[in-house]
Design a protein around this ligand. Structure first.
Ligand SMILES: *[C@@H]1O[C@H](CO)[C@@H](O)[C@H](O)[C@H]1NC(C)=O
Length: 215
């Protein structure tokens, strides 16, 4: 027989072992089958007899997408490329005209490794101590943006630039700061106080980024 206190201690340790999330479980769950193409109606995995090789090929990043302010981003996440469903990764193609930027943004669910296919970009991120890590990188180089950390790029070369980013999530999410702040409908008074701006200036920002939110 254990003394009662020892018994309680064992129970307590057991309890925490079971319920505390593992410190390394910060990614998409492991797949429990080879692949899972969701069927359109039931959202369950399609019967593999109806799956073909073309389900595993995505051609939509052969070319840049639609440019807005000299920038185009084509996400290749599970929602546009269902073969990625349950596989824990995705991509983005980003194209920059000369001077174009990818405004400060973060991906809540993924670290990004960005590979420069073409061009020269001022590229960086800001950590939670507000320390900026930024530098011009060029064709053939890779930069990593840790998960959930604010990052940005600007084409500082004299020709177009192309980057391919890969993510360790099938659905990394993207929060674009200017749009999240000024295009989302946050109360004006709060924004005026937060940024020390006048009502007119907030109106101008809201107009600009509210329109971008409708794209
Ligand atoms: C998948 O389809 C095949 C061929 O139609 C069928 O024989 C099989 O029972 C199906 N499997 C499941 C799990 O529905």
């Amino acid at each position: 027989m254990f003394p009662k206190t020892t018994f309680l201690l064992v129970i307590t340790i057991f309890h925490f072992t079971i319920h505390l999330p593992s410190p390394v479980s910060g990614s998409d769950p492991d797949p429990i089958q080879d692949y899972c193409l969701p069927s359109p109606h039931t959202h369950q995995c399609k019967n593999s007899s109806t799956v073909t090789v073309d389900d595993f090929i995505f051609s939509g990043i052969k070319h840049p997408g639609k440019f807005t302010n000299k920038f185009s981003g084509v996400p290749v996440t599970a929602s546009v490329f269902p073969a990625l469903n349950t596989l824990g990764m995705s991509l983005v193609r980003a194209d920059f005209e000369v001077g174009g930027i990818n405004a400060p943004h973060y991906h809540p669910r993924a670290t990004e490794v960005a590979y420069v296919l073409e061009g020269k970009l001022y590229s960086g991120f800001v950590d939670t101590q507000n320390k900026v890590f930024a530098k011009v990188i060029e064709k053939g180089e890779v930069m990593v943006f840790p998960r959930g950390v604010l990052h940005f790029q600007m084409n500082v070369g004299d020709s177009p630039a192309t980057v391919v980013g890969s993510f360790d999530s099938q659905n990394p999410g993207s929060v674009k700061l200017p749009v999240a702040l000024f295009g989302s409908g946050i109360n004006d008074e709060l924004l005026e106080k937060a940024f020390g701006l006048k009502s007119k200036e907030i109106e101008k920002l809201k107009k600009r980024f509210g329109d971008e939110n409708k794209d």
